[in-house]
Design a protein around this ligand. Sequence first.
Ligand SMILES: Cc1cc2nc3c(=O)[nH]c(=O)nc-3n(C[C@H](O)[C@H](O)[C@H](O)COP(=O)(O)OP(=O)(O)OC[C@H]3O[C@@H](n4cnc5c(N)ncnc54)[C@H](O)[C@@H]3O)c2cc1C
Length: 394
Amino acid sequence: MAVADNDASHAGQAAPDLLIAGAGVAGLWLAVKAARAGLSVMLVERGNPGGGASGGFLGALMPHSPERWNGKKDFQFRALIDLEGEIARLESETGEYCAYRRVGRILPLTTERGRITATERIAEARTNWGEQFGYEVHHTPARGDWPNIVRAPHGIVHETLSARVSPPGLLAALLHSLALMQNVDLRLGTSVVDINPQEKIASLSDGSRIGFGHAALANGVDAFPLIAKLTGLPAHSMGGGVKGQAALLDAKAAPDLPLVYDDGVYVIAHENGHVAVGSTSENEFDEPVGTDDRLEEIVKQARRLCPLIKEASVIRRWAGVRPRAVGRDPMLGPIPGAPGVLAMAGGFKISFGIAHRMADCLVAEITGEAGPETPQSFSVAYHMAKAARAQVLQ
Ligand SMILES: Cc1cc2nc3c(=O)[nH]c(=O)nc-3n(C[C@H](O)[C@H](O)[C@H](O)COP(=O)(O)OP(=O)(O)OC[C@H]3O[C@@H](n4cnc5c(N)ncnc54)[C@H](O)[C@@H]3O)c2cc1C
């Protein structure tokens, strides 16, 4: 892997098969998958890898609920199954450790209605998840402090499909994998400022102009204005950001504890005994990366939910802005009217579980080889229709 400095002149350089904007979990997986497929890759990152929403520490890999099955749920389900093997491969290729474990998840049931709904979902889970993963309703959790038995007056759901990973561990492994490949050129500290699909040229903030075979916009929340520009829609029509705040606690927790999720609060024990707690969901914010009282409230709720962390000290606070596309599902695939330019954005709250599969879809699009099917609701055209409808309603 070549790492170029900012002022390098790129005149006369061969155009990469694939130019990627953004080195978050999406762009990094895409670079790894494309390079493995033999494509020459240039990965352009404004700051440092993981400098955006991927730079946190939660790493929850949770499925959508098993009822009303659709293309999105199926895509995510298959991605969650494959991720275990994908991570094992990365770890063996690089020697990095991603602290992945399929620990399952507990959902406390706080109402009788919730318990009835959960019981109805058992059969749906068996149909759609198969026999391999459990979805059970129990009267009480296995232990009284994870979650607090008082917070689960109507019992709990315990499912065994969910997993967790260390986000910094995974990013390090992806970067290490890129470093082992000759066909990857990593440009840090440089932004993609414009894409000209007709000439197949990307303009970078260091003044260079890079030709490309394909370009992929995997630059998180900042992908939306670029995609909107390419489609001729208003800058803010294709998606935006939802801020989230999270905290890391030194809890010396057992690494096999299941995730606990209740009413927007996640509690996640990691392999090193740290427990990650999150997250706020803020549609409006002035400070994209600052933490405040809203996080302290989440930490309080998490301590009530899981008394095991009641006294644990907070060792890190963090905030990031999740990319959410206008149609709410991820935005993936060719951008209409911009030949050769692909979107890989809008993973919102589930990118760590699906980015590797999204990358497979785009690599298949470029190489013409077989790949996973992209759900229709992920297509840029689908999101454009949503954006157009939203404009009309305004
Ligand atoms: C508090 C919080 C908790 C979360 N918890 C989870 C979780 O448990 N599980 C989960 O799956 N997801 C979780 N998410 C969501 C997840 O983090 C995001 O969906 C994911 O990080 C998005 O990845 P990305 O690569 O698309 O974007 P990003 O990680 O934002 O990466 C985009 C990159 O592009 C770069 N960039 C921007 N503009 C340009 C440009 N013009 N040129 C070049 N580079 C550019 C940025 O610097 C950045 O590095 C959480 C998010 C938050 C905020």
